[in-house]
Structure formats: C-alpha cells, structure tokens
Design a protein around this ligand. Structure first.
Ligand code: PNS
Length: 161
C-alpha cells in the first residue's frame, strides 16, 4: 500500500491546499493530512479547529485522513508506515524553504523522501496568510477556501459580533 503524508500548518486550509490533497489522493492509496506546528508562525486557529476545517473540506475523498501531531514530522511518518512526504510548490521562495525542510527530514530519517506537486496557476498566489487577511477585512471567502470552511468562518465571525 502506497501511503503519503501531506503535512502543513494549514492555518487555515486554502483551495490551493485542497487541490494538492486531491492530486495526492489520486496518486497514493492513502493520504494522511497532518496538522503540525511551524515554530516560526503564531497560529490563528487551534490544531483541532484546523483539523475540523480540513475534515469538512475532504469529505468524499475516501482515502484521505486528517490528524494532528505534536512532535517531529519524521516520527509521525514512521508511525504511519510512510516514507513519502507530499508538499506543494508555488514559487522559488517555496522551493528554497521546502528544499531545506526535505534535507532536514532526510537528516532525521534517510529513507524519508519529499515529493513536490507544482501549484496550479490559479492557486500560485494563495496562502493561509492571505486568507487570514481576507477574513480580517471581511472579504468573500468562497474564492480562497473550500465551501465548508467559508461557511464555518462566516458562522464564527457571526458569533464574535
Ligand atoms: O505549512 P507550513 O507552515 O509550511 O508547514 C511546515 C511544517 C508544519 C510542515 C513544518 O514546520 C514541520 O514539519 N513541523 C513539525 C516539526 C518538524 O518535524 N520539524 C522538522 C522539519 S522542518
């Protein structure tokens, strides 16, 4: 069974992330989407909120599971019996960062490979940071995030008012 891990901070998931999940799910028997901490970033959504937003977005993708993990990505991959990490690449800045992370992960576990999926043109400028900004300025979310996430964000905003 070919198992892949799609790791990220997903704060929150965007349509670009969902596109990578769909494409990975078509290539592997099983894909674990894992919400992890990125030490550099101060989170907006809790891990559990992010997991729930992703779960609502991947409904119908039978071979995709969503989890969160508090430790090292390489340890999570080992626990899942997978030596393949999937990452999306939008541009050269992503490449520089992801190339380093792939080397760090291989340093921890030499068999751990990272496979890159190039972002589709329409999602090349998408990021969770941009989405958080759009939430702040009350922009229509449907353009940037999966429909169930847009709905959840709307309800969350209504509760805060
Ligand atoms: O979506 P992001 O923020 O680019 O994802 C980065 C993430 C969360 C995958 C990375 O920071 C990570 O793997 N964190 C878990 C801790 C770890 O394993 N660090 C070593 C690899 S960089």
């Amino acid at each position: 069974m070919k198992i892949a891990i799609y790791p990220g901070s997903f704060d929150p998931i965007t349509l670009g992330h969902l596109d990578i999940i769909r494409r990975a799910a078509a290539c592997f028997d099983k894909v674990y989407v894992c919400v992890l901490s990125n030490g550099d970033k101060k989170p907006t959504f809790t891990h559990q909120e992010r997991v729930e937003l992703i779960r609502s977005s991947v409904e119908g993708l039978e071979n995709v599971e969503v989890e969160t993990y508090g430790g090292l990505l390489a340890d999570y991959a080992r626990e899942k019996g997978s030596c393949v990490l999937v990452k999306g690449l939008r541009n050269a800045t992503d490449f520089d960062m992801e190339y380093q992370m792939a080397a760090i992960n291989r340093g921890i576990w030499p068999e751990l490979e990272t496979i890159f999926f190039p972002a589709r043109l329409e999602y090349q400028h998408f990021s969770s940071t941009m989405v958080r900004d759009m939430i702040h300025y009350d922009q229509p979310m449907e353009r940037y995030v999966p429909a169930p996430v847009a709905e959840a964000l709307k309800q969350r905003k209504a509760r805060q008012i």
